[in-house]
Design a protein. Structure first.
Length: 304
């Protein structure tokens, strides 16, 4: 009796499935174990950073100051309202004076600076290089500047968001997404406008664009200079679907004398705004949208 058409069809499907599995196993087998360990170690450090007491998950508030006096505390009558149950009703006031910020603490309230009680102090000004971090209980705060606005960034080391955090889903580690890139420098370096989620524009220094080849095509990403590294803010065809809608971030070392560096998209990560509403994330410039799917690095399944 001759085998039926269904028999041949089933055999064909099984063969295709076997071939596909073999290809996947082959792809995984060529990934060097030390590279897998490198990326997993990076992922673990990333998680520890997010959950640390100074990590993005600890953010509990962002309050923009008005010129002059801004009272603060847990009572709703204050200009700056700290979380109830975490702070006294009336703690004192912030004073914004032409780009400088001072604090005055009400008598009987023990706000600490460098482990010692504080009565009053200048906490923001051009001559203050490091942020002045103040604390009360599990709360800590300091001044940030965005454009011509000055705000209080509040952290809570006991923030429930830290306990609720379930980790980050990522694409499978794939060395295909670790690519060589060459810097096409601007002569001289120029500034590029970068908008943040608040709609504010800043001009950031760019040494040039990073060009890389993938599947026979060349792509370019504008790089921003940040200390000894280059910072890339990009979006791609996964943005808003599998990855965070407002793009992802990536760091790389500055190129050597040959103008070459490495873009490892397995280390592409979601910006702080994916985890907290109190961040002021810069957004990808239009020229940094890649018309392909970058199926590497962090995915996103959240609400921010």
């Amino acid at each position: 009796m001759k085998p039926s058409f269904c028999f041949y069809l089933i055999a064909l499907i099984a063969a295709v499935a076997l071939l596909t599995n073999c290809k996947q196993d082959s792809a995984e087998s060529v990934t060097p174990p030390d590279y897998i360990e490198e990326i997993r170690d990076w992922q673990q450090k990333r998680l520890r950073s997010l959950k640390s007491e100074n990590g993005w998950l600890s953010l509990a508030g962002l309050y923009w100051l008005n010129e002059g006096e801004n009272t603060f505390g847990a009572d709703s009558a204050n200009a700056v309202i700290f979380p109830k149950g975490k702070a006294p009703a009336f703690m004192g006031k912030f004073i914004l004076d032409k780009g400088e910020v001072f604090i005055e603490i009400n008598p009987g309230i023990e706000v600490l600076f460098a482990g010692k009680p504080l009565a009053s102090r200048k906490i923001f000004g051009k001559e203050l290089v490091e942020p002045t971090v103040l604390s009360y209980g599990s709360l800590s705060w300091f001044i940030i500047q965005r454009g011509n606005k000055f705000g209080i960034r509040l952290r809570d080391s006991e923030n429930p968001a830290i306990r609720r955090f379930q980790g980050i889903e990522s694409y499978p580690i794939d060395p295909r997404w670790k690519v060589e890139a060459r810097l096409e420098p601007y002569e001289p370096p120029k500034t590029v406008p970068i908008q943040n989620v608040l709609g504010m524009m800043t001009n950031e220094r760019s040494p040039g664009v990073l060009a890389f080849d993938l599947d026979g095509r060349t792509y370019r990403l504008e790089a921003l200079e940040e200390a000894n590294e280059l910072f890339i803010i990009f979006s791609d065809e996964t943005s808003g679907n599998e990855t965070y809608g407002l793009g992802r971030y990536l760091y790389t070392r500055k190129p050597g004398s040959d103008g070459m560096t490495i873009l490892d998209f397995n280390k592409a990560y979601s910006p702080p705004c994916a985890f907290t509403e109190f961040a002021t994330c810069p957004l990808p410039p239009a020229q940094n949208h890649l018309p392909i799917k970058i199926t590497a690095g962090e995915k996103y399944h959240g609400t921010h």
